[in-house]
Design a binder for this molecule. Structure first.
Ligand SMILES: *Cc1c(COP(=O)(O)O)cnc(C)c1O
Length: 236
């Protein structure tokens, strides 16, 4: 077996493991696994891994840094993948991200909505937007995620913005809290958003370590890195 085949086998096995976890979690709460999209977060991994993943049937990939994402997208442009930007995003980079991202999961302020909208219109593209909520009351400001009080205005802005589709909410479970509790809060935030923005039914929640809890609390998009790609170095 070549090194390449070895890596492909490893990725296939890890994809199957995650798929089984998703199916088991869905079965426990009576959900259809088809409702759950696995976004494979390929940050820190080479374009070749993206290529192997695409050959294994992966359709959605995620990145958290613009510079890395733009290069990988260019190297993999022929694969017909959907590119999800999941990391904190500086306003000044939003226009550039709008050229290749199909979805941005980390929209947490009005200026970012405006910048992404400009970029989407300029590129004649449509971008799905998830509003990132800060679920950690103790987190210092600026760590990513809107405060709950700011969500209604942010949702209205995203809904009205040309080139953007408001898809729903996104959050990362705070490190100190039981993820099930955090995702239960996110589920009620999502329900409130849907009551005013009926199309915004998406819930981007759940990573390698807490995808079960996320599915139990209604996640529609999982963002999975390590469980599929293997451990990465801490810089990621
Ligand atoms: C890296 C990353 C993930 C994936 O995390 P894993 O624990 O490796 O599954 C999900 N969401 C965001 C925002 C990330 O930066």
């Amino acid at each position: 077996m070549t090194q390449d085949e070895g890596r492909a086998h490893e990725l296939a096995r890890r994809l199957r493991d995650v798929d089984e976890r998703v199916r088991a979690a869905c079965a426990r709460v009576g959900r259809d696994p088809e409702e759950v999209t696995v976004v494979v977060v390929t940050k820190t991994r080479p374009p070749h891994d993206v290529r192997l993943l695409a050959a294994l049937g992966v359709r959605d990939v995620g990145e958290n840094r613009h510079q890395e994402a733009v290069e990988k997208h260019a190297a993999c442009a022929d694969l017909g993948l959907r590119w999800h930007f999941v990391g904190q995003l500086q306003t000044k980079k939003a226009r550039a991200v709008a050229k290749y991202a199909d979805a941005v999961h980390s929209v947490d302020r009005g200026r970012l909505v405006a910048a992404l909208s400009h970029g989407a219109v300029a590129a004649a593209r449509d971008i799905d937007v998830f509003l990132q909520i800060n679920l950690d009351p103790d987190a210092p400001p600026g760590r990513g995620g809107a405060q709950l009080a700011d969500l209604p205005a942010l949702a209205d802005a995203a809904e009205a913005a040309d080139g953007l589709h408001l898809r729903g909410v996104m959050a990362v479970a705070p490190r100190e809290e039981d993820p099930a509790r955090a995702f239960a809060r996110l589920a009620s935030i999502s329900a409130r958003l849907v009551s005013t923005h009926p199309a915004a039914t998406g819930v981007s929640a759940g990573m390698s370590g807490d995808l079960e809890q996320a599915i139990e609390h209604g996640a529609t998009h999982l963002r999975i890195g390590g469980a599929i790609l293997g451990a990465r170095d801490l810089s990621g």
